[in-house]
Design a binder for this molecule. Structure first.
Ligand SMILES: NC(=O)c1ccc[n+]([C@@H]2O[C@H](COP(=O)([O-])OP(=O)(O)OC[C@H]3O[C@@H](n4cnc5c(N)ncnc54)[C@H](O)[C@@H]3O)[C@@H](O)[C@H]2O)c1
Ligand SMILES: [Zn+2]
Ligand SMILES: [Zn+2]
Length: 350
């Protein structure tokens, strides 16, 4: 139950680039929820995007709308079923509460839940208000020596850690990161903490590159330098084993391929709104897709032959035409010209 002396002020986005403070009721909590007095709320790129554009992709703001999803504060009330947290605990709130029973939730990939209620993602209001109710299982207690401001930044940092874990960054790796915004920088910190020795960060803004540099990165300013040449120089023409895009435009996405070492891993974190020849880039990140590529094969002949040998695969069905060796010119000519009827030609020796 909300106490009488609590006043909840919220900032509403009432139209593009206009925020208005309004008093709203203190939220009531359910049995599995906590009421948190907000102490820190980050401003994220997505908040800024809603602020200036009113939408991100299919998510369109219905004004008035409360922004903010990176947050931490102190618990002032707990629901009857909440056992793991108590009044007075400082917590960071994981902003997305998933449905808990769809196939994605059930398989543990709850970040892909189509029914997730995520702060400041329409139609759900954000946490830029004094009091927020939240499911207790998505609140994480902060140790005393971790400030609430640091707690709020757990949200973007979790993205950096996900990027680095997805790229399987390990001891001694060289990592290239495009973008030195918040997401690029948290990826840099995560890569360093995971043991990467050389992290190269690329941006077009000197101030941001200075921050990356102070965090141990070698930096490249793409506005002044040739990115590919510089990465080659820094990696002795090898490229980086892990490349993380945190800039999200079609220039940097194209460059991720160019600076990657053979056999390397590219992680696209940036939500590109561009498309390249009809290939929409945004959904690749939004769907957390794993796109893999292959080059020929290795160690697969034994498996291949075994599959043919025990009849698991009937490869002979592929062959549409057989030619004698002496008829090779005809075989080539027909195979070239008669694509609609010839699937696969084989020249068979006597
Ligand atoms: N996949 C996810 O879960 C997830 C989560 C959060 C943010 N994002 C996305 O990550 C991206 C980065 O987020 P942010 O908050 O750090 O944004 P940001 O805008 O602060 O940072 C992007 C940086 O890229 C730089 N940049 C632009 N063009 C460049 C170029 N040609 N070469 C190198 N750098 C260039 C910009 O100067 C900027 O510093 C955004 O696209 C955002 O939508 C994805
Ligand atoms: Zn954020
Ligand atoms: Zn779900």
């Amino acid at each position: 139950m909300a106490q009488k002396n609590r006043i909840n002020q919220a900032f509403f986005l009432t139209e593009l680039e206009k925020l208005e403070q309004r008093e709203i009721p203190v939220p009531e909590i359910k049995a599995d929820e906590i009421l948190v007095k907000m102490e820190a709320v980050g401003i994220c790129g997505s908040d800024l995007h809603y602020y200036s554009h009113g939408k991100i992709g299919d998510f369109v703001v219905d004004f008035p709308f409360i922004l903010g999803h990176e947050c931490a504060g102190t618990i002032v009330e707990t629901g009857a079923e909440v056992k793991n947290l108590a009044v007075g605990d400082r917590v960071a709130l994981e902003p997305g509460v998933p449905c808990g029973h769809c196939e994605f939730c059930m398989s543990g990939k709850y970040n892909l839940c189509p029914d997730v209620k995520f702060f400041a993602t329409p139609p759900y209001h954000g946490c830029l208000q004094n009091y927020v109710s939240h499911k207790a299982s998505f609140a994480f207690k902060l140790p005393d020596h971790v400030s609430s401001t640091e707690g709020a930044l757990a949200e973007p940092l979790a993205i950096g850690i996900n990027a680095v874990q997805t790229g399987e960054v390990k001891l001694g790796d060289t990592v290239v990161i495009f973008g030195a915004g918040c997401i690029g920088l948290v990826s840099l910190l995560s890569a360093k903490a995971s043991g990467a020795t050389d992290v190269i960060v690329i941006d077009v803004v000197d101030k941001r590159l200075d921050v990356a540099n102070s965090m141990g990165a070698t930096t490249i300013n793409a506005a002044r330098e040739n990115v590919i040449d510089r990465v080659n120089e820094l990696t002795r023409n090898k490229g980086a084993r892990v490349v993380i895009d945190c800039a999200g435009n079609n220039i940097t996405l194209a460059q991720t391929v160019q600076v990657a070492k053979a056999g390397g891993t590219i992680v696209w974190v940036g939500m590109a709104t561009d498309e390249i020849n009809g290939l929409e880039l945004g959904p690749i990140s939004a769907k957390e897709l794993t796109i893999k590529s292959i080059f020929r094969y290795r160690n697969l002949y034994p498996t291949t032959i075994a599959a043919i040998a025990d009849g698991k695969i009937d490869i002979s069905g592929i062959i549409s035409n057989k030619y004698k060796f002496e008829d090779t010119p005809q075989a080539y000519q027909e195979t070239l010209k008669n694509v609609s009827n010839i699937v696969k030609s084989v020249i068979v020796f006597d």
